[in-house]
Design a protein around this ligand. Structure first.
Ligand code: C2E
Ligand code: MG
Ligand code: MG
Ligand code: MG
Length: 283
């Protein structure tokens, strides 16, 4: 347990905290090495139109599989990548990889397909973020109007003026912006209105709640209404069962993503999955 203890006015690291820090430093080195040795890869989770049940796009998600076959969760290693600064290179690599996959999919005939990419606040605050984005789009040939960046709501709440300015500049490249994990922070309506965003992503916690209690769908419903009032698209994340999908559709939520439709998959698997979907759609 990481915890400081106080004795006669001095703070010192408890032994358990020493272990915690050592573990983080160990993981930091391991992650850097893993990145250099191509142990990291990107998977893609389809995003579905709830009306037609057809795929509209995918979210790129980073994976780390260690040589002994174990997966380390991004919830564990992304904070370490942020803390160590590695996220700058790692994030650029994810962006370029996902952009290249988007181009591949468009060439394969999935011409309206969208790609959503998570962006860390550390990347976002980096002075060359905008330049990096422009260059990645240019080098990969990814059409910006099919690229969406996901930023979290908690991040949207810090330094409002900087964010407003950044978003305006990012929008000029032609990419769109989604607020991820929406509903977990407390962004005010007036603030949201000042942000040049395109989509709200309902956090999984509120999707799970939908079938949990009588008034379980109230937050999801509120986000859908909010999206409608502000003229924003809405997508629900973490849809695991059919009832959740039906309630979301009834609430007017246009898009969803979750294990019900598809798990995150490798690029090859996605190409196959999409071709199969296209065949079924044509039948
Ligand atoms: P997120 O962006 O909110 O991504 C959604 C997470 O929910 C993913 O977890 C996804 O695999 C998982 N998920 C999708 N559908 C379902 C479902 O039906 N049920 C459940 N229980 N889970 C579902 P994952 O891949 O472990 O990623 C966790 C978080 O790590 C992401 O949350 C995102 O914040 C971060 N992350 C992942 N890849 C990247 C990346 O390339 N860059 C950055 N900055 N962050 C990333
Ligand atoms: Mg996301
Ligand atoms: Mg999310
Ligand atoms: Mg989430």
């Amino acid at each position: 347990r990481a915890k400081t203890q106080q004795r006669s006015g001095h703070y010192y690291f408890s032994r358990s905290m020493g272990v915690e820090i050592r573990e983080r430093v160990r993981m930091m080195h391991a992650l850097r090495k893993a990145f250099g040795q191509n142990e990291l890869f990107v998977v893609y989770q389809p995003q579905i139109d709830l009306e037609t049940r057809r795929p509209k796009g995918a979210e790129a998600l980073l994976r780390w599989q260690t040589p002994d076959g174990k997966f380390v969760s991004p919830d564990r290693f992304i904070p370490i990548a942020e803390y160590s600064g590695l996220i700058i290179d790692l994030g650029e690599w994810v962006l370029r990889t996902a952009c290249r996959e988007l181009v591949t999919l468009h060439k394969a005939g999935h011409s309206d397909f969208m790609m959503s990419i998570n962006v860390s606040q550390v990347q976002f605050r980096h002075p060359y973020f905008l330049e990096m984005l422009r260059k990645a789009l240019e080098d990969t040939g990814a059409p910006p109007e099919f690229v969406e960046l996901e930023i979290t709501e908690s991040m949207a709440m810090e330094e409002p003026d900087l964010l407003i300015k950044m978003l305006a500049q990012i929008k000029q490249t032609g990419v769109s912006i989604a607020i991820d994990d929406f509903g977990t922070g407390f962004s005010s309506l007036s603030y949201l209105q000042r942000l040049q965003i395109d989509r709200l992503k309902i956090d999984r916690a509120f999707v799970t709640e939908i079938t949990g209690s009588a008034r379980g769908s109230s937050i999801a419903e509120m986000v859908v209404q909010l999206g409608r009032n502000l003229g924003l698209s809405v997508i629900a994340e973490g849809v695991e069962d059919e009832r959740q999908a039906q309630i979301l559709h009834a609430l007017g939520c246009p898009l969803a993503q979750g294990f019900l439709f598809a798990r995150p998959m490798t690029a090859d698997a996605l190409n196959g999955w999409l071709s199969n979907e296209a065949l079924q759609g044509a039948a």
